[in-house]
Structures are given as C-alpha cells and as structure tokens.
Design a binder for this molecule. Structure first.
Ligand code: ADP
Ligand code: ZN
Length: 702
C-alpha cells in the first residue's frame, strides 16, 4: 500500500499527521500478510499498528487482550474516532454476544477485542467469519520468563494453526530475548518479521533522590503541580494507604490502590483516576497494566523497584501523549536491604538478585541515567540525554582518599562485624548504647570522623560500597565487609574520588521544588474543563475525547474554523464532527472575553463604580474609603479595568523597571503562581499592589 494512502487514513481516522517510529513499517508488513512481532515501549503507539490495518483489510481483526477494563477503553477510543468496534467477554449476556457476532458477520463492525479466556465464545462464529488479522496484545503474557505470565495465553498457539493464511501480529513492551523467542515459538509464527523500536522515551525526565523526608518531598512536588495526574508506586500495601491518607490530610485528592482492596473499591479508584476525578493514586505495582490514560504527567517511585524492566514499564505510564512528563525515584538503603531479602528468598534468586543489583546501579549512577537504561535494553547511545538529573546537575568529584581511609579503617577496627549505621556512629564518636555495650569507645579510630554529619557519612559509605571498596553481607545481619580493593586504599596509597554529597532537598530558595514550565494561557484549563464535561455526558474517559497533547495544540494554534480545527494533531473526521463545534466555540469565546472571566461580568458594575471614582482623580485610598472596600480590592479593580482596556495607563502604580523585575520573577516562578510567591520572591520588598499591577501589564503585552 502506498505511503500516502496510509497517511491519509492515519489523519482521517486517528487525526495524526505522522507515524511514530516503526508504525508504518509494522503496518506495511501486516498488510503484506507476514507474521510480525512488534516490540515497542509503553506509550510507543502499538494500538495503531493493528487498528489501521483493521480498517483497510477486507475481513475482521481479532485483538487478543488480557484485561477487560483495557478493552472497554480501547473500544471507546475507537468509537470516538468513528470506528465501529466491540469486545466480547464473559460479562455480557449471550444475546449481547450474539448481537456483536452478527455485526461482525455483516461487516458493520471490523474490530473485536477478546480475552484469551473468552475465545471460546467466538469458536462457532469462526467458521463463518472472514478473519483478516489476529493481533495479540501484551504478547509477553505467553512467556513464563516474563513478569505477567497468564496461563490462558499459552493456548493461543492454536490460532495460527487454524488460520494458516491469516497474519498474526504479536505486540509487547517486554524486550528480553527469552521472552521474544517464547512468543515466536509458542504462537507458531511463520517466519515473522521482528521489529524492535527504540525504548527511548525522550519526553520522560529521570530523577533519583535520597529518600529523606519522602512524604514531605512528595507533598511539595504535588502542590507545585496542581491539577496534574500522577501515580506514586509503593512497595507495600500499607504504604499506599498511609501515604494516600497523608496526602488527603493536606487536601490533595489521592487514593490508595492495591490488590488487597475489595474489587469494587479497586474498580472505582481506577475509574476515578482514568476519568480525572481523582488525579493521584498511591499504588502497588498491581496498578497500571489495564490503564491507557494518556495524560499521566508524573510517576513517583516511593521505593526502589525490584528490577529495571518493572521500573521502566511503570515510569512508561507517564506521558503517553508525548508531552513532557516527570519521573522521580526515591532511593533508600533500608529498601535495598528489604529487597535483597525478598529476592534471595524467592524463586530464581540468583537472577532476581542480579536484576536488583542493576536497578541499584541505575539509582547510584554518576553518569547519564538514560544511557544506563537504554543499554539495559540493548541500545547503545553515545550522547548524554540532557533530561535526567545527572545531565542537569553533573556530580562534582573531590579527593576523598582521607575520608575513605577513615571509613575503611573503622570497618577494620570493628572487625567487619557491624552494619552501616554502627560504623557511622563509631566514626562520629557517638555516645550511645550500641557503642558502649561493646566498649567500642575504647578502640582506636573511634570518633575520627566527628566533623562530618551523619547524613554525609551515610552517603560517602554508600559511595564506597558502590565503588567496590566494601560490601554488605546481606545474609549476615548486613555487616559491612572489606573487599580486596580496600587494601589498596589502606596500604598502597590508592586515591579515591568521591562526589560531593547532594544536600537533602529542603524548601529553600535554591532547591525550591519547581514544576517545569508548562505555562498556560488559561485556555488549556478552559478546554480541559470542557473535555471533562463532555466526558461525563458521554460516559467515556476524558483522554478518549482528546489527549492533553491535542488540547495543548489547540491552545497554541487557536483554531476557529472547522478547516483549522482539522489541522490539530489528534483531530480526525469523526472527532471534528462530534466535538469540533463545541471546542471551536469555546476557543472563540475565550479569545473574545480573554480578560473578562464570568465572575467579572457579573460584578462589572462594581468595577464601573471604581472606574468612575478613579476618573474623578480620587486616590486609591479615597476610593477605598468611599466605597467601603479594602485598598487591595480597589487595586485589583484597577488592574482588571486595565486588562479590560477600560484604563490605559497604570504607570503611576508600577514603573517600567519594576515591571521588568516582575517579568524576571515570572520566569523563575511557576505559571499562575500566587501573588504571595512573588511577594516572597522579592523578599517582601515589592508591595502587593505593584506586583498585581505589573502582572496585569505583562499579561496585556502578550
Ligand atoms: P502503547 O499501546 O504502545 O502503550 P498506545 O497505542 O496506547 O501505546 O499509544 C500511546 C499514545 O500515543 C496514545 O495516546 C495514542 O493516541 C498516541 N499515538 C499513537 N500513534 C501516534 C502518532 N502517530 N502520532 C501521535 N500520537 C500517536
Ligand atoms: Zn541524561
């Protein structure tokens, strides 16, 4: 099929101008009738690879998918794009199932989603249906190697035997070779083309922080990103509940999710998340597989994940719409000890421990994190990414030889018998029971590191472990042992380079938790609210109507006619017809009323009164007295009148150099920061009235 026909269909049905990496290649292979294995990261755009062929092929496309919840959302998304689709599963009555089977036979529906357990419902119908394509989503579920093994998947091999001439497309985000081989073999694929997309998700920022005051850090993070949707992954069920509760106490809309909750509650939490009613979920890794929500703006790992595969899949749930999204991992020594224990007690412990080790190396990295991630998936990258914490703040090295000597000789004095915490106490000369009980205060080296804080010693010792000078004996109460390398430092004068300790992020000016600039004109919020309203009316998730990326594109280009609207990324024919007029109207309305919010309209007479007095040359204070209003209210009126073009000079309130200062502050502060933030920024030197007026002036310049 020609490229231009494919592109025309991509735009008409899905609203996209360009294929993402490998999509076209996969689609062409499928259309040529060849079996295909598509390996793409979460959010890479797998669905289009079978949805577009489904429209072009003569018969029907069967999509095998593991989760019923996911099917419903995919079918809703297709319908929103005007593509008839259905799913068949055990929750439906037999009449309902028959209705859909008839529709498939008649060709009014071309795409059917079915769970492997429910394939038998289609068994009879198979004989009379023309099946053009079999797509097997989450194909790694077939492999016992993988992390989501589902026994029902192992029966799927019969499909290829039964429909020899029908191409099978297997899709997965799991990249390892053993799983890949299992997929090919167990599905009986014939000479399949294997397409492996890059696992690089450039729009995801990567950051790792020490897990000190995690809860506070998380609260700060969330409070600086109001209205954004995110997931906090926790290791234990208990933590999800405790954290959700702490967030709620701060007035943050968050809920807990884990496999131990009652299934109705779980489903409700998931729905509320998908529908933007509850933007934040604190969850165990049980959460997420059945979720396609494209506007998850951040993912936090409260605990260190068990392995890089899991970690990458979890952070991959952020930013599927391709917009910049953040990921943050908290690393703690205690987590590591616990995970080591789990891994060594579980099945296949050697492999699990090795995987955990790789995870830890990632967290401790001193070079570009994305390079480490991608090399794990077999991709070699030479350039630093510029979008991870290491690239943004490269570590500063110093000569840590003396520090290392002190630490290693302390370990020697303690006969390699003590865990990290006691070594630090010993170095610092702490006078506590664990020292005195063993009379360690009498040993040489006691207190030789008293000038360094506990926190810093902790970090230096972890670095020494990572550098291989000492190691943790996990099976022996976590005592710290020296390695042969330690000798070189203690006796052979080897130099040790350490990195300066990253200070614990505190709410100080220079480490202020700041959201990356996603500056909004206000139109985005208007469009988002409209999307929410429509989603409630239509009973579909908001992202099914338009993704955040689509709304951002509208905000930027402000389409005001149908032709313009159709040029928006994510707007195809069906969505233009369904939603075009409402969104266009909202945009026109916004343009027209830009500075006038509805509240202002209602109260416009109060502004007029202020204006009349102002025009009589009364001072602000006089107007306030006359009108029995606060001075700040009168100031806000004047700013508003200026925005509304009813006043054209406010230079008596704020001069141009002050406006310049405010403009600078605006660049530093987050979008829509409250006046208080500006006031603090100027260290209380700039009065509120000037800030308010200055912002009005800047706003009008745009
Ligand atoms: P996956 O199944 O690989 O995790 P999806 O198929 O759910 O990914 O696609 C992820 C997101 O990317 C969806 O919001 C989808 O609409 C969007 N998308 C897919 N293909 C394109 C494209 N060619 N251009 C723009 N957006 C796309
Ligand atoms: Zn980087």
């Amino acid at each position: 099929m020609t490229t231009s026909i494919l592109h025309a269909n991509l735009k008409e049905h899905f609203g996209f101008e360009q294929f993402r990496q490998h999509q076209e290649d996969i689609i062409q292979t499928v259309l040529s009738g060849q079996d295909t294995v598509a390996i793409m990261p979460t959010g890479g755009g797998k669905s289009i690879c079978f949805q577009l062929p489904a429209l072009l092929l003569p018969g029907i496309t069967i999509v095998i998918s593991p989760l019923i919840a996911l099917m419903k959302d995919q079918v809703d998304s297709l319908k929103a794009n005007g593509i008839p689709a259905c799913f068949i599963n055990s929750t439906q009555s037999s009449e309902e199932q028959q209705f859909y089977i008839d529709a498939l036979r008649e060709g009014t529906i071309k795409l059917v989603y079915v769970a492997p357990e429910s394939l038998s419902y289609l068994d009879q119908a198979f004989n009379s249906l023309q099946i053009s394509l079999i797509a097997i989503d989450e194909a790694h579920c077939i492999s016992a190697w993988g992390h989501d093994f589902r026994p029902a998947y192992t029966n799927l091999g019969y499909l290829k035997n039964r429909f020899r001439a029908t191409p099978v497309l297997a899709l997965t985000a799991t990249a390892d070779k053993a799983t890949r081989a299992d997929i090919v073999q167990q599905l009986n694929l014939i000479n399949p083309k294997i397409v492996v997309a890059s696992f690089d998700r450039k729009n995801l920022s990567l950051e790792v922080r020490p897990a000190l005051d995690r809860v506070k850090q998380i609260i700060d993070f969330i409070e600086n990103r109001p209205d954004e949707s995110g997931i906090v992954y926790c290791l234990s069920r208990k933590t999800t509940e405790e954290l959700a509760q702490k967030l709620q106490q701060k007035g943050i809309k968050a809920k807990a999710y884990h496999a131990g909750l009652e299934s109705k509650l779980r489903a409700k939490t998931q729905d509320d998340f998908i529908n933007d009613d509850c933007p934040i979920v604190c969850a165990t890794i049980a959460f997420g597989m059945g979720i396609d929500k494209s506007n998850v703006r951040w993912v936090i790992h409260y605990n260190l994940p068990k392995n890089i595969e899991g970690y990458y899949q979890e952070i991959g749930r952020a930013g599927r719409d391709g917009l910049p999204s953040e990921t943050l991992l908290f690393e703690s020594y205690a987590d590591m000890i616990q995970l080591q224990k789990f891994a060594s007690e579980g099945l296949n412990s050697e492999v699990q421990l090795a995987k955990l080790q790789r995870m830890k190396q990632y967290a401790d990295a001193l070079s570009c994190r994305r390079k480490i991630l991608l090399s794990y998936f077999g991709e070699l990258v030479t350039e630093n990414c510029g979008n991870c914490d290491i690239c943004k703040n490269p570590p500063v090295f110093f000569d840590g030889t003396i520090l290392a000597q002190k630490a290693l000789s302390a370990i020697t004095r303690l006969q390699e018998n003590e865990p990290l915490t006691l070594i630090i106490d010993f170095l610092r000369g702490s006078k506590n029971a664990s020292i005195y009980d063993k009379e360690y205060q009498n040993l040489k080296s006691y207190g030789i590191g008293a000038d360094i804080s506990w926190f810093d010693w902790n970090q230096y010792l972890i670095q020494l472990i990572n550098l291989g000078y000492c190691e943790i004996a996990f099976h022996q109460k976590n005592r710290i042992l020296l390695t042969p390398l330690a000798r070189k430092v203690l006796f052979e004068g080897e130099k040790v380079k350490l990195t300066a300790v990253v200070k614990k992020p505190a709410p100080t000016i220079d480490f202020k938790e700041k959201a990356p600039s996603r500056a909004s004109s206000g139109l985005f919020d208007v469009l988002r609210k409209l999307r929410y309203t429509i989603s409630k009316e239509d009973e579909v998730p908001a992202y099914v109507i338009f993704s955040d990326a689509t709304l951002r594109h509208m905000e930027k280009t402000r389409p005001m006619s149908e032709a313009e609207f159709l040029t928006i990324e994510g707007v195809g024919k069906a969505k233009l017809e369904k939603y075009g007029s409402e969104f266009i109207e909202a945009i026109i309305e916004f343009q027209k009323n830009k500075p006038v919010t509805p509240r202002v309209k209602k109260e416009s007479s109060t502004y007029k009164e202020t204006l009349a007095l102002f025009n009589e040359n009364l001072s602000v204070e006089e107007i306030a007295v006359r009108r029995k209003l606060g001075v700040s209210t009168v100031i806000s009126h004047i700013a508003k009148l200026y925005s509304d073009d009813l006043l054209n000079d406010v230079s008596s309130f704020v001069n141009s150099s002050e406006v310049d200062h405010i403009r600078e502050a605006q660049k530093e502060l987050q979008p829509n920061a409250p006046l208080k933030s500006y006031f603090d920024y100027f260290e209380e030197e700039m009065p509120y009235s000037k800030i308010r007026m200055g912002l009005a002036v800047i706003e009008k310049e745009h």
